[in-house]
Design a protein around this ligand. Structure first.
Ligand SMILES: [Zn+2]
Length: 72
């Protein structure tokens, strides 16, 4: 089963939990590992997507010397 990240709205910590796709589709509530609150929501990792030249400064990839670094 895949792992999902949930952010606790009470303590703001991220709990990584193993859930089935069915659980996700049903919007199953996940317990915070830290404060045991069910006041959690799905947390999506911020992904660095280089959609414009302005975001180049913020791109925290593997660095200028790597081939995958946008070289423009
Ligand atoms: Zn919590």
């Amino acid at each position: 089963m895949p792992y999902y990240d949930f952010e606790c709205l009470d303590c703001k910590k991220i709990s990584t939990v193993k859930l089935s796709v069915k659980d996700i589709e049903e919007g199953k509530k996940v317990e915070c590992k830290y404060c045991h609150s069910y006041n959690t929501q799905r947390y999506f990792q911020p992904i660095a997507v280089n959609t414009s030249s302005n975001s180049k400064e913020e791109f925290q990839g593997c660095g200028e010397h790597c081939k995958c670094f946008p070289n423009n």
